[in-house]
Design a protein around this ligand. Structure first.
Ligand code: ZN
Length: 316
């Protein structure tokens, strides 16, 4: 039996120009493709793609190869439409200077904001329906949280979990089996302190600032040690049930500094194997990696990427 139930790759719409993705992923032993938009791009782009012929062809290909499809998205800027700021500024975030501002995230202490976000999350879930009942509607990418008098007591991880709890409850209206990720990443990498997850919220751990040239549990790597130490406290809050690692092993976009042209993927099989053993030992049963910038242009430039090696490592 494979040590991971989810063996995934997370791609951007442009990566689907390499039409071989579903077949290569399935042949490699992967079983899940996540679709993602880099940064805080509007989600309409992905909804249009999925509803169009290219998206429908991709979904059919994925199904034919037995692959699950999920959507992993920075969604908050769309879930709280920014146009609402003029009529209802109290739904929005307070910045460090004490001013309500329309940019990024929301005020989690506003019941109205949570209601708007939850209603729109249910709508988004209807448009982008994962085949796994696992939903990913993250906070805005690398963006600050609220500093109002009520929110100031809460860490970014707590504020994020307040919002995810509200969405997780609402999603059950659409999908009784819905589960929602709470993303531990960037300013929410640390465990929440004063908020506890709803039963259908699971941990997703994405160590974007790790050193990918060394194993995460390499004690001589200061950066990785700091990241690895956060895992036990996170699992104490969220438990291991459903817990997912979202890694960067295959992420050409990150190795390229999010600038094209894409570099050749430096997949390090020693690091990958050590990381997988470490995550499995911690109790993670779901593992995926970004694979952004692996598209038709990548294959023309660098040849076939090491999807088979990656899939084989996850399937062992
Ligand atoms: Zn607030």
């Amino acid at each position: 039996m494979a040590r991971f139930d989810t063996r995934g790759i997370v791609l951007c719409p442009d990566d689907l120009t390499w039409a071989d993705w579903p077949r290569r992923a399935a042949e490699a032993g992967l079983n899940t493709i996540g679709l993602h938009l880099i940064g805080n791009e509007g989600l309409a782009k992905l909804c249009e793609l999925i509803q169009g012929s290219a998206g429908q062809r991709f979904l059919a290909d994925a199904a034919e190869h037995g692959l699950a499809v999920e959507y992993e998205l920075h969604a908050m800027h769309d879930l709280l439409p920014r146009e609402l700021f003029t009529e209802a500024p109290e739904l929005f975030r307070v910045d460090d200077s004490g001013a309500r501002v329309p940019e990024w995230n929301l005020c989690p202490s506003s019941a109205d904001a949570l209601r708007v976000v939850s209603d729109n999350a249910v709508r988004l879930a209807g448009a982008l329906r994962p085949t796994t009942h696992r939903y990913f509607m993250w906070a805005d990418d690398g963006c600050p949280w609220c500093r109002c008098a009520a929110c100031r007591q809460l860490t970014p991880s707590d504020q994020n979990l307040v919002v995810m709890n509200a969405i997780a409850v609402a999603l059950r209206r659409l999908d009784p089996h819905a589960r929602l990720a709470a993303l531990a990443y960037d300013n929410t990498l640390k465990a929440p302190r004063s908020v506890r997850p709803e039963p259908n919220v699971f941990l997703e751990y994405a160590p974007i600032r790790r050193d990918s040239s060394r194993p995460l549990n390499d004690p001589s790597c200061e950066e990785n040690r700091r990241h690895a130490e956060l895992i036990d406290p996170l699992l104490e809050v969220f438990g291991t049930e459903g817990a997912q690692v979202l890694e960067y092993w295959m992420d050409v976009s990150r190795f390229s500094g999010w600038r094209r042209p894409a570099v050749r993927l430096p997949l390090d099989s020693v690091v990958l194997e050590a990381d997988l053993a470490f995550y499995a030992e911690k109790g993670f049963r779901h593992a995926t990696s970004f694979g952004c910038y692996i598209d038709a242009e990548y294959v023309r430039r660098h040849g076939i990427p090491p999807v088979a090696e990656y899939g084989a490592a996850l399937s062992r």
